[in-house]
Design a binder for this molecule. Structure first.
Ligand code: HEC
Length: 735
C-alpha cells in the first residue's frame, strides 16, 4: 500500500512537472531556452543536418560543407520582395570573415580580434559578447588581418580559436568560459583565424603562420575537458630526432636542406572536413615557409605535405592518404581553401568525391575514399602549369620557378590565389559549384642574398619569409594575356565539376576581394561584393534577381535559416582581410554590422557613417631621388603588408599613408618609433628603423602623393619610383 501511495505521488509529481513544462516552455532568448537548443546539437544533429533545414549547425551547414540550404521560401520569385528586417551594430572595425552558426533563432558569430557574439535573431539583439583580449601586437603576426572565420557549436558549448593561439570553450547560454587551451608554441609566430570543427566529441583546430616560421599541424581536443587527444604534423621535424608518426619519416625523404630550422610551413589554417561514414577527416594544408623553395628545400623535392589534402583517421589522427595539388610549392599555393564532399555520377559510376579550388588555379575532383585523382581543370587564368598528367601531377612551365635572379617573373595566380578562404557552395539540384574566383598574378623573384628571417624582401621587416619581387627596377617577364599584378579582378563562377567547365560567370572588375557564397533550394546563389552589394543570383544562369546596398565591402558568406517556419537571410559585414586592409571600393568603411532580410521586410538602413574626406598630402619630400628610393625599399620591407602596395589609392581598413594629415606627418616619429598607435595594431618599429629611415619613408610617401596629385597614372608612378629605387640601392647615403 505504502508503495502504491509512493508511486501515485511520484506520478502526480511527474504530471505536475509535465503540466508545468507545457505551461511554460523556456522563452526564446532566455538562458534555459538557449541551453536546451544548444545541448541538442550533438553528433547526430550535425550528421543529419538536413533534418533541421531551419538551422545552420556547423561551419559549412553540414559535414559535407556544401553550404546548400534546403529552404525555398525565398526563391526566384519571392526574392524580389526581400527587404531589411533589422540590423545590429557590432561596434568593431576591420574584417569579418565568419560563417555564422544558427540554432533555433540564436546566432553565434566571431569578429575582429577573435571576439564572439551570441545574437537573438528573433529580436535582432545581442545576448552576450565575449572578448578574449588578444594583445594588439598580434596584429603584426597575423599575416592577413585580425580576422576569424567562426565558431563551432556542440552540446551546449561554443568553441573558437584566437589570434594569439588559444582554443576556448564557452557556455553557449551565458558566454562564460568552460576551458581554455594554448594550442601553439609562442616562440614561433602562430595565429588562429580558422573555425574549429567538431568530430566525434573532439574539437579540431589548426593554425596559421606559414608566412613567418610556423610548422603546421592540426590538433584534436576533447570537447568536454579540453584535453589534447591527438595531433598531426603536416611537415616533418628534425630528422635526427624521432618522428612524431611513421608517415613523417616518409615525408622527410621529400625534403632537402635544413627545413625544420625554419618551420617549413604547411599550416592548416582553414578547411577541415569530415566524412562520418568513411570515418575520415580531410585537412587542407598550406604553403611552404619560406615561400621560395630554393631557400626552404634547396635540393628540391615534393615537400610533403605542403599544398596537400590529407585524409586522417577521425579517431586517432593517423594518416590515411594524401593528394598534393602543388608539389614543391614555391608560390604560396595553399590547399587550405574550402573543401566540399558530394556523391557524383562520373562516367556512369557513383563516386564519393572531395572537391577543392585551391590557390593554384585548378579545380580538383578526387575520390575521397582513397585520394585517387579523378580530374582537374583551370577555373581561372593560370600560367604556371601546362596541365596535369594522368595522376594529377602538374606539368610545370619551365619559367614557373622564377630562378632567373635578374627578373621579376609574373606568375598567375599570384599569392592571393585563384580562390582564397571565401567559401564556395555546391547546389544539390543544379549540381554546380559556385566559386568566388580571382584573376590575379604576382611578380616573383628569387633573391640569392636573402635567407631565413633576414630583413630583405617584401614584408620581411615583420618577419615574413616570402619571395615576391621587391625590386621594381628589375625587368618584368610577363605575357600579353597574363593578369596585371597591380590590377587584380574577380569573377563569380558557376562550375560544373563533372564536365570540369564553367557554366556561367559574373565579373567583378574592380577587385578580386569579394564575399563567400551560399546556395539554396530556392534556386538562388547569395554573395556580397567589395562594392557593398549583397546579391541574389539565379543559380542556373547568373541573372541578378535581387540586390541591396550595404554601404561597406562584404567578404563573409551570408547564412539562411528559419524561425518559427519563416525563412531569413543574414550577413555579417566588416571590411578587411588581406586586401581589405589596404584598399576599399566603397566611399566609406562602416563598422561591423549584421543585416537580416525577410520577405516584405521594410526596416530602414542605418545611416552611413561618413568618413572625413582625406586628400593626397601636399607636403613636399624632404629628401632627393635616392632617399625616396630608399624610402620605397623600406616601405616594402616594413609597411606594405598593412598599408598596401597600391599606395595612393585611399587605403582600406588601414589608412593610406599618402592621405595623412599634416599633423600625422609631424607625428611620424611618435607613431612609427614610439608606439603612439600601438594599441590599435600599428607596430612600434623602435630598434628596427632609425629616424633617418622614417624620414626616407616620409619622402617616398610625399613623392608618391605629389606625383599622383599631378595626375600621373599609377604605372607612371611605379616606373619613376623604380628608377629612384635603383639610385637608392646603388648610392650610399650621404650622412
Ligand atoms: C601590422 C600592420 C601595420 C604595419 C606593418 C604598419 N602599420 Fe602603420 N598603421 C597600422 C594601423 C592599424 C594603423 C591605424 C591605427 C589607427 O586606428 O589609428 C596605422 C597607422 C599608421 C599611421 C597613421 C596614419 C594616419 O593618417 O592616421 C602612420 C603614419 C603609419 N601607420 C605608418 C607606418 C609605417 C611608416 C609603417 C612601416 C614602417 C607602418 N605604418 C607599418 C598598421 C600597420
Amino acid at each position: 500500500m505504502k508503495k502504491l501511495i509512493q508511486l501515485a505521488s511520484y506520478s502526480l509529481l511527474l504530471l505536475l512537472l509535465v503540466i508545468q513544462c507545457q505551461q511554460e516552455p523556456p522563452k526564446p532568448g532566455t538562458a534555459e531556452f538557449i541551453k536546451a537548443a544548444t545541448n541538442a546539437v550533438d553528433d547526430a544533429a550535425i550528421t543529419n543536418a538536413d533534418a533541421r533545414p531551419g538551422d545552420w549547425l556547423s561551419h559549412g551547414r553540414n559535414y559535407q560543407e556544401d553550404r546548400y540550404s534546403p529552404l525555398d521560401q525565398i526563391n526566384k520569385e519571392t526574392v524580389k520582395k526581400l527587404g531589411l528586417a533589422w540590423s545590429l551594430d557590432l561596434g568593431v572595425m576591420r574584417g569579418i570573415e565568419a560563417s555564422p552558426i544558427v540554432v533555433d533563432g540564436v546566432m553565434y558569430l566571431t569578429g575582429p580580434w577573435s571576439v564572439v557574439w551570441a545574437i537573438d535573431l528573433r529580436k535582432g539583439e545581442q545576448i552576450w559578447k565575449y572578448d578574449p583580449e588578444v594583445p594588439a601586437e598580434y596584429a603584426e603576426i597575423a599575416c592577413c588581418d585580425v580576422v576569424n572565420r567562426g565558431v563551432a557549436l556542440y552540446k551546449g558549448a561554443v568553441f573558437f580559436g584566437t589570434i594569439d593561439g588559444r582554443l576556448i570553450s564557452l557556455d553557449a547560454a551565458t558566454g562564460t568560459v568552460n576551458w581554455e587551451k594554448l594550442t601553439v608554441d609562442r616562440a614561433r609566430k602562430y595565429t588562429i583565424t580558422g573555425a574549429p570543427r567538431i568530430v566525434k566529441g573532439n574539437v579540431l583546430i589548426g593554425n596559421g603562420g606559414a608566412e613567418f616560421d610556423a610548422r603546421g599541424y592540426v590538433s584534436a581536443y576533447d570537447a568536454k575537458t579540453g584535453k589534447e587527444n591527438w595531433r598531426f604534423y603536416t611537415v616533418p621535424g628534425d630528422p635526427s630526432k624521432p618522428f612524431e608518426n611513421p608517415i613523417l619519416e616518409e615525408a622527410a625523404k621529400t625534403w632537402t636542406g635544413e627545413w625544420w630550422t625554419m618551420g617549413g610551413g604547411g599550416t592548416v589554417w582553414d578547411a577541415i572536413v569530415y566524412d562520418p561514414e568513411l570515418n575520415l577527416v580531410y585537412i587542407g594544408v598550406g604553403n611552404g615557409t619560406p615561400w621560395d623553395q630554393l631557400h626552404r628545400s634547396p635540393g628540391g623535392g615534393d615537400n610533403w605535405f605542403l599544398s596537400s589534402i590529407v585524409a586522417l583517421n577521425a579517431d586517432d589522427g593517423k594518416y590515411a592518404w594524401h593528394f598534393q595539388t602543388t608539389p614543391g610549392d614555391t608560390w604560396d599555393y595553399t590547399s587550405t581553401q574550402p573543401m566540399v564532399l558530394a556523391d557524383l555520377e562520373i562516367e556512369g559510376k557513383m563516386r564519393k568525391v572531395i572537391m577543392q579550388a585551391p590557390k593554384n588555379g585548378f579545380f580538383y575532383v578526387l575520390d575521397r575514399t582513397d585520394g585517387s585523382f579523378i580530374s582537374a581543370e583551370p577555373y581561372t587564368k593560370q600560367n604556371w602549369a601546362k596541365g596535369m598528367d594522368e595522376k594529377g601531377r602538374p606539368i610545370e612551365e619551365e619559367y614557373a620557378r622564377y630562378k632567373d635572379v635578374g627578373k621579376n617573373t609574373v606568375i598567375a595566380p599570384g599569392a592571393y590565389g585563384g580562390h582564397n578562404w571565401q567559401p564556395m557552395a555546391f547546389n544539390k539540384e543544379t549540381k554546380l559549384m559556385y566559386i568566388p574566383t580571382h584573376k590575379v598574378s604576382l611578380a616573383f623573384s628569387h633573391d640569392e642574398e636573402n635567407s631565413f628571417n633576414k630583413v630583405g624582401r617584401g614584408a620581411s621587416g615583420s618577419g615574413w619569409n616570402v619571395s615576391y619581387g621587391d625590386k621594381l627596377y628589375k625587368p618584368m617577364v610577363m605575357k600579353a594575356d597574363d593578369p596585371n599584378p597591380y590590377a587584380p579582378s574577380g569573377r563569380t563562377v558557376a562550375w560544373d565539376p563533372i564536365a570540369q567547365k564553367e557554366v556561367w560567370g559574373v565579373d567583378h572588375p574592380l577587385t578580386h576581394w569579394n564575399g563567400g557564397i551560399i546556395t539554396t533550394k530556392g534556386g538562388l546563389v547569395f554573395q556580397g561584393d567589395a562594392t557593398g552589394m549583397l546579391k541574389a543570383y539565379d543559380a542556373s544562369n547568373g541573372t541578378v534577381l535581387w540586390e541591396h546596398d550595404l554601404q561597406t565591402g562584404i567578404i563573409a558568406p551570408p547564412v539562411t535559416y528559419a524561425i518559427d517556419g519563416k525563412q531569413y537571410l543574414s550577413i555579417a559585414v566588416g571590411w578587411g582581410g588581406i586586401t581589405g586592409l589596404t584598399r576599399k571600393f566603397t566611399e566609406n568603411v562602416n563598422p561591423g554590422r549584421i543585416y537580416t532580410f525577410e520577405i516584405d521586410g521594410n526596416a530602414e538602413m542605418p545611416a552611413e557613417i561618413m568618413a572625413a574626406k582625406t586628400e593626397l598630402t601636399a607636403l613636399a619630400p624632404t629628401g632627393g631621388p635616392a632617399d625616396i628610393g630608399r624610402g620605397l625599399t623600406l616601405y616594402v620591407k616594413f609597411c606594405v603588408q598593412c598599408h598596401g602596395d597600391a599606395f595612393g589609392t585611399g587605403g582600406g581598413a588601414i589608412p593610406d599613408l599618402t592621405h595623412s594629415s599634416e599633423g600625422v606627418f609631424k607625428n611620424h616619429k611618435e607613431i612609427i618609433l614610439n608606439g603612439a598607435l600601438a594599441s590599435k595594431g600599428m607596430p612600434n618599429f623602435e630598434g628596427r628603423l632609425t629616424e633617418r629611415d622614417v624620414e626616407d619613408i616620409g619622402s617616398f610617401v610625399k613623392y608618391t602623393a605629389s606625383s599622383l596629385r599631378k595626375g600621373d597614372d599609377f604605372m607612371t608612378v611605379l616606373t619613376n619610383l623604380a628608377g629612384m629605387q635603383y639610385l637608392g640601392d646603388t648610392q650610399p647615403r650621404k650622412d
